[in-house]
Design a protein around this ligand. Structure first.
Ligand SMILES: Cc1cc2nc3c(=O)[nH]c(=O)nc-3n(C[C@H](O)[C@H](O)[C@H](O)COP(=O)(O)OP(=O)(O)OC[C@H]3O[C@@H](n4cnc5c(N)ncnc54)[C@H](O)[C@@H]3O)c2cc1C
Length: 395
């Protein structure tokens, strides 16, 4: 990954995938942990995967075709993404608990002596910790960090700096172009010892120096990482099955930032196309301009491929107008890709409620249809326990 703020188009994502294919096998397995300038040993595909400009299924198929002898290490990483999404999908309360914890931490910032300054120093790379300060600035400048840098950063944030983990997860979500409720929240919880009970991730100076080829030699890092205390995991709910559109009913196709491959998801008469645009929903604080710009341009790219550049856009405060727009076009269903747990899913739940209210007045009225991709439908039910059990079922 070399370009800061990569091009938010499907064509650019596919070009990166094809450019990376020769390195997805043994080379990736050998070097993926090295965080070097320009990130030559990893794919940098996450911004496109995050918005499904390129899908997991496409990446897996292309890598399998290029490496018939196997590229298990790389494929396992792509499956980690699906695993985290499935795990959160089965336990949505973990996301709402995180949002509450974040609000509580932001309230603490208002009243606790020195906390604001320590938090701002960490976000702006002014702690004096070698490596950590570099990654804070790299994240701001490029919207990306190598996986190992994310692990070290989160570990230092929690165990050396003693900052609330939710503030760190929020800092990432506001600045990562690939910022993703599932991968981000659950990875931070994993580092903190809240995911696998009793197991934390401790960043050490040796490990950092080795995997950065001596670029960084931090001093004074925490030498123990006691797990943070948290509630036990909620029992998993059944995985969603996805809805089936009525093939005869006119549909408003609704595009969201969660799925921009712009493949035709359904076969039904199309009354119109609209966009639900909510890139700022990741955080109660301001999301980095580069992240907003990437998401907005990615939506534009999807609309261009659908030959609908003028499709009407609706924000979080305009959901009633969206439902009215669908009704005015004569649509009887609003069809959209299933949004995994996160801000967009919450908005879709509200669209569904508004559509139900409308149906009380007009029985032939609207319904919301959330179409689940086969990749998610087949994999998510296996995200009940740890990754290794999941991997056995899906790979
Ligand atoms: C604290 C922390 C926060 C993170 N936050 C996010 C986030 O908000 N969004 C996000 O997409 N990933 C997140 N990750 C996971 C991982 O770091 C990134 O997906 C990866 O670094 C993206 O770079 P890449 O595309 O070059 O990865 P590659 O190494 O080339 O891997 C290929 C693809 O596999 C998936 N993948 C790789 N590693 C992981 C992983 N550990 N977990 C889940 N999927 C993975 C990604 O989709 C990635 O694009 C986080 C990890 C940590 C430790």
């Amino acid at each position: 990954m070399t370009d800061p703020f990569p091009l938010p188009t499907r064509a650019a994502g596919l070009a990166r995938l094809h450019g990376f294919l020769p390195r997805a096998g043994l080379a990736y397995a050998a070097k993926r942990n090295n965080d070097l300038a320009g990130h030559p040993h990893v794919s940098g595909l996450s911004p496109w995967l995050r918005h499904r400009l390129v899908t997991e299924a496409e990446v897996i198929a292309a890598v399998q075709a290029a490496h018939p002898g196997g590229a298990d290490r790389f494929l396992a990483e792509v499956w980690w993404r699906t695993y985290w999404k499935g795990w959160l999908e089965l336990r949505p309360a973990i996301w709402s608990d995180y949002r509450q914890g974040l609000q509580a931490a932001l309230d603490r910032v208002q009243v606790e002596a020195g906390l604001r300054a320590r938090w701002e120093d960490a976000c702006e790379g002014r702690t004096g910790i070698d490596g950590f300060d570099h990654w804070a600035r790299e994240l701001g400048a490029t919207g990306y960090l190598h996986n190992h840098a994310r692990m070290w950063f989160a570990s230092i944030w929690i165990f050396t700096l003693g900052l609330p983990w939710e503030l760190g997860a929020d800092f990432f979500l506001r600045h990562l172009i690939d910022g993703d409720p599932a991968s981000n929240t659950l990875s931070w919880r994993w580092v903190a010892g809240l995911h696998t009970p009793g197991k934390t991730y401790l960043a050490t100076a040796d490990n950092i120096a080795r995997n950065t080829e001596g670029r960084f030699a931090p001093q004074g890092l925490a030498t123990v990482a006691l797990p943070l205390r948290g509630a036990p995991h909620p029992a998993p709910r059944p995985a969603p099955l996805g809805d089936t559109p009525d093939p005869t009913a006119p549909a408003l196709l609704l595009i969201t930032e969660e799925d921009l491959s712009a493949e035709p998801v359904v076969a039904c008469p199309v009354a119109g196309l609209a966009v639900l645009s909510h890139p700022a929903g990741r955080s109660p604080l301001a999301v980095a301009p580069g992240v907003l710009a990437f998401t907005t341009a990615a939506l534009d790219d999807a609309l261009a491929r659908l030959a609908a550049p003028q499709a009407q856009r609706f924000g979080a405060a305009e959901l009633a107008a969206l439902v009215d727009h669908a009704a005015a076009l004569g649509a009887r269903q609003i069809v959209t890709a299933h949004a995994p747990v996160g801000p967009v899913a919450r908005l879709l739940a509200e669209v569904q409620r508004l559509a139900e209210v409308q149906r009380l007045a007009e029985p032939r009225g609207l319904s919301l249809v959330r179409v689940l991709r086969p990749h998610d439908r087949d994999a998510w039910p296996h995200a009940t326990h740890g990754f290794f059990r999941f991997r056995k079922a899906v790979m």
